[in-house]
Every structure is written in C-alpha cells, then in structure tokens.
Ligand binder design. Structure first.
Ligand SMILES: *Cc1c(COP(=O)(O)O)cnc(C)c1O
Length: 361
C-alpha cells in the first residue's frame, strides 16, 4: 500500500486512523455480523451511530440547545434551494458574492424571490473579501447569505458581516470544523462534508429552532422542508448512513486531537509554512490578498500556464496529488484540510523550492 499526499479540494483527504477503523469495522461492525452499509437505518446499531455522531458534533462545536443539527442529503448545492424555500417569508434576501459557490446560491435563490447583491469581489477575480462592515441591508430581508470560505478562490472572511439584526446564513463547507465557530452568530450554518469532514453526499445544517417552521414557500418538497427533517431527527427517509458513520469517526478523531481550538492552531501553522514560502518565492505567487487568505485552500500561480502544467505533472509524479487549480481559474491550488499532516505541507514546500531552483530563469 502506498498513500500519496492528497491536496484535493474535495472529496478530500481523510484521517488515516479513521480509514483504518472503518476498514476494521467493514465486515462486522462491533460484533453485529454486518457492515454499516448493510444495516437498517431504523436499527438500534444505527440509532447509536447517528445519536453519538450528533452529540459528539454538538460537543466539538458547542452547539447551543436552541439549534437543531440535521444530517441531510443532496450536498451543499441542495441547500442553495432549501434555504430560500424555508426562509423567504418576505421573498427577499441579501447575498454577498465572493466566488462561484455564493454566485450559484444567489442564482438559485433568484428563482424564489428577490436577491439583493450586498457586495461582491468579482471586480478582482474574487481575490479578496469585500468590506462587510456597513452593507445596504434592510429590515425586510429574510436573511443575509455568505460563503465563508471560498474553496475555489482561496479566501476566507476575516470577520463576519454586520447584518444589522438580520439572520446570517453561512456556507462553511470548505472550512467546516477547521477552527471553532460561534453558532449563536448564525441563523443557519451549514456545510457539505466532503471537503473537511467525511464522504460526499451529506450536508450538515445547524439551524436555529425558530427558523424551522411549516411556513415554507408553496410547493416546497416535503424532503426539503427543515421541519420534516427536524421532526424526524434526519430519518424521514433513508439517510446517507455511511457518510454519517464516517463523520462520527472523524468527530471522535477531532476530539482526540484536542478539539477545534487545537485544529485551528495546527491549521494556522500548516498554512503559514506555505504562505511564508509563497511570500518570498521568486517563481510562485499566491493569488489572494493577505488578510482574506483561507487556511484551507491555497491557490498559487507561476504566471506561465505551461510552467503551471509542468509543476502539476511533476508534483504528481513526486506523490503530491491534485494540485491543479479549479478548471475556472487555472494555476495551482493546495487544499490543506484538517487531515493533511504538517509533513505533507512541508513536502510540498520542499518540492516547490526545488522546482523554483530548476525553473527560475
Ligand atoms: C464544494 C462546495 C459546495 C458544493 O458542494 P456539493 O456537496 O457538491 O453540492 C458548496 N459550497 C462550497 C463552499 C463548496 O466548497
């Protein structure tokens, strides 16, 4: 067996300890003679899995009692529709456009109501987070929407917007559990798990209880009503059992690592290794304004598309995989999620130093 350093943006690297535990459990989960993939979602075994996952998640994050934690399907993209369908009582919401995922969410919401673009960083290819201290937010908005860490462009909000009392909804997919978060600042905070937490196809929504009502837009599918899912503890239909199980193992792993404050320190340390190198390199250049930099997704370029392609090919041959940038932006991107060890980032920087020596004209 040989494992690479996997810098994929998602689905992405998972902790080796978790994969090994899942492997050991595969044929016979805790003496029940079957795999988690084979058991009823109504069984006592699975009930323990989902309840333990939820309580570990609540403990890790510090979720207040007046918030529900839902394990839903359809990925983060399904929430782009579910959120307006559940929240747009006034049919008006504010969106801050900081990249492709916020843009997609806004486009989806436009099908259901008025979308006010509160700010955007499109003018500089989404390489920064706009000033969000005094936005044109009005009382009649049902919510203000942000994508807090922009996976493709490598930006993260240095601070949350002042929403002037309107509920904040945030997509934290690519920074989920990478650092502590204060849930009480959000109406809804949610993330697809395949970036930093677990296998694809599951999205975890943390929703303040008063936002879970029967008063959804007409025609909202039963499955997309938060109330349906909340009333049934995420078991209205068959959930993504496997992903919930693996996420549960990752929550235990995170607790063993020391929790989210420790993860934040580790992630800051890893990111600094890469950013410090980029800041002094004569060949490579980070594409994001320093104060908006993500700890998780680090895009960089040489400024020469052929050289970028050469870097991607040669790094892959050296066991550093998935460094090609998103198809819409080119260049390179290193995603250095929770499960990427510091040694992986060091190996990348060593490789970059070597590549720089050989290719700097
Ligand atoms: C990947 C990603 C999505 C889309 O996730 P899916 O689960 O594929 O729908 C949405 N938002 C952000 C920030 C992402 O990184």
């Amino acid at each position: 067996m040989s494992r690479v350093y996997n810098f994929s943006a998602g689905p992405a690297v998972l902790p080796e300890e978790v994969l090994k535990e899942a492997q050991a459990d595969m044929l016979d989960y805790k003496g029940c003679g079957m795999s988690v993939n084979e058991m009823s979602h109504r069984s006592k075994m699975f009930d323990d899995i989902i309840k333990t996952a939820e309580s570990d998640f609540r403990e890790l994050v510090g979720v207040p009692d007046n918030y529900k934690v839902l394990f839903l399907q359809g990925g983060a993209s399904q929430q782009f529709a579910a959120i307006p369908m559940n929240l747009m009582k006034n049919k008006k919401a504010g969106y801050i456009i900081t990249g492709q995922w916020a843009k997609k969410a806004a486009a989806e919401a436009k099908q259901y109501g008025e979308v006010v673009e509160l700010a955007s960083s499109a003018d500089k290819t989404f390489s920064y987070i706009p000033d969000v201290s005094n936005l044109p937010i009005t009382e009649d908005m049902d919510y203000v929407y942000i994508c807090q860490n922009n996976t493709i462009y490598g930006t993260k909000y240095p601070e949350l917007p002042d929403t002037k009392g309107v509920d904040l909804v945030s997509d934290v997919s690519s920074m989920f559990l990478s650092e502590p978060m204060d849930v009480s600042k959000y109406g809804i905070v949610y993330g697809g798990v395949q970036k930093n937490v677990g296998p694809a196809g599951l999205v975890i929504d943390v929703i303040r209880e008063d936002l879970i009502t029967d008063d959804c837009l007409p025609g909202t599918p039963t499955m997309l009503k938060f109330k349906t899912q909340a009333d049934n503890d995420s078991l209205y239909n068959t959930p993504n059992c496997w992903s919930i199980y693996i996420c549960g193992l990752v929550f235990k792993w995170l607790k063993n690592m020391g929790g989210l404050e420790v993860m934040k320190q580790r992630n800051e340390e890893k990111a600094a290794i890469l950013y410090n190198y980029l800041d002094q390199s004569k060949l490579f250049k980070g594409t994001v304004e320093p104060k908006s930099r993500s700890l998780m997704n680090v895009p960089f370029i040489t400024g020469d598309a052929d050289l970028d392609a050469k870097f991607v090919a040669e790094s892959k041959a050296a066991g550093l995989e998935n460094l090609k940038g998103h198809r819409t932006v080119g260049g390179m991107r290193a995603s250095i999620y929770n499960a990427m060890p510091k040694a992986g980032v060091e190996a990348l920087v060593n490789f970059m130093e070597d590549f720089e020596k050989k290719n700097l004209k």
